[in-house]
Design a protein around this ligand. Structure first.
Ligand code: PRP
Ligand code: URA
Length: 209
């Protein structure tokens, strides 16, 4: 069964408070999302396997540890997922980036796929699907189904804010995908928005309405 991790790191919680605030403008919102993505990437990579190698320091030989596991693929769900990519690349600059374009139909709240472009060696990579919001769960479920169809097998999902409804549906649909969240909120409102949430992540990131 999928595990759900809610990051309680004080820096993540502090920055998330400003991300939520309606007074935070586009520039600051973007910077904060970038910073939180870096901090979350630091936490999410905690279990990466290491191997021992021998090197030489200026003083002596030394046995040291370096990363030994699979390479990473970062898969943002367009549009808003783009806002989290650079923050992760700050820590893992060699990761490849794939894109899944989905928008949520405002009437049905169902995701509509309009673009997919992924690294060709997806099956050999540990994939982190990123999107600031997990609301009904439709977009995350669809994006993960889409990358699995194209070969991805090792997948994590990372978001800033989730609604309990979306978490449950995602766990059910993809029990092999662990979920990493900065803030787990109360509920969805009648329009499928997360309460209290942060509003429309794409609009706040890109300054649209
Ligand atoms: C937002 C958000 C997620 C989706 C979450 O995207 O970035 O992708 O909604 O909702 P769900 O869990 O109910 O599917 P949106 O559809 O607004 O598209 P955008 O990023 O292009 O603005
Ligand atoms: N998408 C958003 O951007 N915000 C929500 O609260 C729900 C879906």
């Amino acid at each position: 069964m999928a595990k759900v991790y809610v990051f309680d790191h004080p820096l993540i919680q502090h920055k998330l408070a400003f991300i939520r605030d309606v007074q935070t403008g586009t520039k600051e919102f973007r910077e904060l999302v970038d910073e939180v993505a870096t901090l979350m990437a630091f936490e999410i990579t905690r279990d990466m396997p290491l191997k021992e190698v021998e090197i030489e320091t200026p003083v002596s030989k030394a046995k040291v540890k370096v990363l030994s596991g699979k390479k990473l693929g970062i898969i943002p769900i367009l549009r808003a997922g783009i806002g989290m990519v650079d923050g992760i690349l700050n820590l893992i600059p060699a990761a490849k980036v794939g894109h899944v374009g989905l928008y949520r139909d405002p009437e049905t709240l169902k995701p509509v796929e309009y673009y997919v472009k992924l690294p060709s060696d997806l099956a050999e990579r540990e994939c982190i699907v990123v999107d600031p919001m997990l609301a009904t769960g439709g977009s995350a479920i669809e994006a993960i189904t889409s990358i699995k169809k194209r070969g991805a097998v090792n997948i994590k999902f990372m978001c800033l804010i989730a609604a309990p409804e979306g978490v449950e549906l995602l766990k059910e649909a993809h029990p092999d995908v662990d979920i990493y969240i900065a803030g787990l909120d109360e509920k969805l409102n009648d329009h499928g928005y997360i309460v209290p949430g942060l509003g429309d992540a794409g609009d706040r990131l890109f300054g649209t309405k």
